[in-house]
Design a protein around this ligand. Sequence first.
Ligand code: SAM
Length: 241
Amino acid sequence: MMRAIAAPVTSTQSPKDTIVMLQDICVSGYLPRDLNILRAELKFPHRVRSRSFIVRFIPPNSVGAELGVYTGLFSSVLARQRKISQVTFVDPWWAAFGKHYPDWGIYTDYGRVSTRKAFEVAERRIVRCGLPNRIVEVATSYEWLTSLSEGSLDWVYLDSTHSYDGTKRELELLDPKIKRTGMIFGDDWQIDPNHPHHGVCIAVNEFLKTSNFELIFCGERSQWILRRSRGCKGRQLDNRS
Ligand SMILES: C[S@@+](CC[C@H](N)C(=O)[O-])C[C@H]1O[C@@H](n2cnc3c(N)ncnc32)[C@H](O)[C@@H]1O
């Protein structure tokens, strides 16, 4: 069983918030028929459109991945970017969590969201973009990254474990798989040490000291971006284009 990605989430919601969330669902191109997913999506601010500015930084004709998909709200944004030649959407769904997601509060409708249904909704949203080379993988980020050859990715969007240990492990696995010109994007940059997802920020900062990535953006809408620095700090990347 995988560790929960989030402390249970609660919210007080205004009608305006509900409209924003409904708009985010509509933008994904598919309205879930499953009531637990619909409730979870209508009651939790997924910040889909407000995070979408990050796609501007994705290089053209690039190969990338989203690590952590859930019901594919943000995947739909990535999938329809024509400038992306290939993108793989990686999440373990039932392979890590069994029939239902754990109780992560509103985010999983208090443990009632079915992992299989979340996968089906995500897949529909991804397929709807109608573009080629949109691939869905049922695997953990660790398994999938280990299976890749060196230098095979231009970028990833990291939105999976939200924990210190998980992010640290993912960044270590990612380093050799990202090209010399590559980038790592992520969600949940939380500088408050009391925030349950603050571990992401700590893991990224440690990684910056041991790798040749530099932080080029962080904070707005909890997004962050790393790119390989041109300096000689950290690992040599002689064989990567
Ligand atoms: C916050 S949700 C992702 C939301 C999605 N990126 C979006 O913006 O709409 C986190 C997801 O990460 C998945 N996850 C947890 N551990 C993972 C891992 N090691 N590798 C890949 N995905 C993981 C969970 O199953 C969950 O669906």
